[in-house]
Ligand binder design. Sequence first.
Ligand code: EPU
Length: 427
Amino acid sequence: MDKIIINGGKPLKGKICISGAKNAALTLLPCALLTDEPLTLRNLPRLADVDSFGHLLNQLGVSTTVEGAKPDEMGRVMTLRARNIVSTVAPYDIVRKMRASILVLGPLLARAGEATVSLPGGCAIGMRPIDLHLKALEALGAEIEITSGYVRAKAPKGGLTGGTISFPQVSVGATENALMAAVLAKGTTVIENAAREPEITDLAKCLIAMGASIDGLRTDTLTVHGKEKLHGATYAVMADRIEAGSYACAALITGGSLELVGAHKETMPSILSGFVDAGGIVEDTKDGIAVRADGGIKALSVSTAPYPAFPTDMQAQFMSMLALAEGTSLLTETIFENRYMHVPELTRMGADIEVRGRAAIVRGVEKLHGAPVMATDLRASMSLILAGLAAEGTTEVSRIYHLDRGYERLEEKLQAVGADIERISDG
Ligand code: EPU
């Protein structure tokens, strides 16, 4: 298996182009199931999860063609066409590798009237049940049965009908499934306590481009007037706010200065306010934002919560940064019950972190030192890369397939701004 080797201690300087957002891409791809016309997605990141999603859609009967982007564009352009749905089954083998596969449930049910999707099970960061997805679809008339590890969902004879979905808890994925099902349901659907993540707004904008009628974008109440049919569209995936936030941390932790080309400041309010509280400086540029260190890192208290509050997907990266802050920080993880798997690895690099239930007390140290480390999920892996960039000596990060799922051309982007980082292929 490949490894990443980092010789730390080099301040990063220069420009990094921010890719299309993984978590937006993974909910825009299944929109192709909602129409028999072509859906062209621009600015798709080159990521393992995007490829896997493409393969899943191929099995369901969606054709995919990939073209190169225009010279001034990042990412890939994929045209997807679901002329006929040939299968309504998302098998265990695919779903267990990529939880986001659950996002075919709503669109398959809406377009084909049925869907059989493997239960994703837990993962490295928590139990991650899907009860909210299922309740939302039941509110639109779906009949759902769980047998032999599979969710088997059926729409009533005349198709799904609009209804009120009131989420007891905010869920990004359940809001996405509900929205994708509601656009083809008969009548009006009101989704209350909907997630407000920018990726949800991106999904709603793409569905609107396909002919859907959705009100309440960016709010926690989405009203959908169902349509009989959607049509094809061309849509560009939003910039990845978590990738941008991760590279902002790379600037501050190395005492450097980076321009994040294509980053959208308005999608990252709490990431940037946390960054500024930790001692960073953020400025607007013509093409994105510039982030830099202004002296040392300051301690802070931050708690993860649904958007617009601080994202759980930035908790691990901030923890690495705060490990080198002056003073003691308090991080609280409220979204996932097991998202501190990076702590023992950071501790091996010299960090002083104590986990008490959902809280992590991070006592700033003067230096981190390189070590062989590995992580069990994507953002935890990024936190180790950040720690390695700042540490004295050599850090060897293994299990980097996690990184390949969510950070496009990571080493290339970091090398271009002065990091001493390389990928060593094991075979
Ligand atoms: N939850 C339930 N029941 C459900 C659904 C969720 O109890 O039916 C719970 C979860 O267990 C969790 C909380 O609700 O405790 C929030 O989960 P949510 O459904 O919002 O998360 P998700 O849709 O599974 C997406 C991202 C995650 C990101 C979370 C939170 C994608 C593909 N994944 O997951 O991204 O952490 O929202 O913002 O969009 C990552 O990119 O590294 C990543 C894990």
